[in-house]
Design a protein around this ligand. Structure first.
Ligand SMILES: [Zn+2]
Length: 242
């Protein structure tokens, strides 16, 4: 029976079944009975069934809203954008929004995504008011070069949201000789990660020129809000400015 239904109708029926008010996505502004599991291994309560946002995406959405960003007239650079945050930022009034990704053969990218090498950005100094680079640097072998480039194109007084997967260990686990995907998964958490950052991630950003602020906003919220917005209490909002 389900196989006979057109995809659009299937999606509408699924959306109807999931609609509720136990949780709320701050990116697509829709309520659901729950967030769905996502990741390897799967994390419960992670994925918005409507827009695909994850815990960290919703944290960034809340943080931007709290700070009133982006403002009209702002230039925004979104590196390797997640769909949900991209939709929110594209619609922000009066904002020049640039989405970029390192485009690899065999992959498709949303229209208007420019090919971007974050170790050699083709933008002038002090250009962007807001930069979002989330879960990208752990894929980049020359991450220090990328950090310096991101800092260079950020306007003084601007905001760069720079999230990476981070362990509680003080130092980053990094070994360029590890190229075997299984070994990378075991040590760095994903087959295409080249390191697992420790708490010295913030030092690396400072060395690249950023003033670094760490906001543990998810840990500061009441537990009911953490559940309602589907956040991870341990996630840190790392912000670079200059
Ligand atoms: Zn959503």
């Amino acid at each position: 029976m389900a196989a006979l239904l057109p995809n659009g109708l299937k999606r509408r029926l699924r959306d109807l079944a999931l609609r509720g008010d136990a949780v709320h996505c701050p990116l697509c502004h829709r309520g659901a009975i729950a967030f769905l599991p996502s990741g390897t291994p799967p994390r419960p309560h992670a994925l918005c069934p409507f827009c695909g946002s994850l815990e960290r995406t919703r944290m960034m959405g809340l943080a931007l809203k709290e700070r009133g960003l982006p403002k009209p007239g702002h230039r925004v650079l979104h590196v390797a954008p997640d769909r949900s945050l991209r939709e929110m930022l594209r619609k922000a009034p009066g904002v020049t929004y640039i989405a970029g990704d390192k485009q690899a053969p065999g992959y498709s990218y949303p229209q208007d995504t420019i090919d971007l090498d974050i170790t050699a950005l083709d933008f002038p100094d002090d250009h962007f008011d807001l930069i979002i680079c989330s879960h990208v640097l752990e894929h980049v072998p020359e991450d220090r070069t990328a950090m310096r480039e991101l800092c260079r194109v950020l306007r003084p007084g601007g905001t760069a949201i720079l999230l990476v997967p981070m362990s509680d260990r003080p130092t980053t686990d990094e070994d360029p000789s590890v190229t075997d995907p299984e070994e990378r998964f075991r040590r760095f958490g994903q087959t295409d990660h080249v390191r697992l950052y420790g708490r010295d991630y913030m030092d690396r950003l400072r060395e690249a020129g950023f003033i670094v602020t760490v906001d543990d906003m998810a840990a500061q919220l009441p537990p009911a809000d953490v559940f309602r917005y589907g956040l991870l209490r341990r996630d840190l909002l790392v912000i670079g400015s200059k």
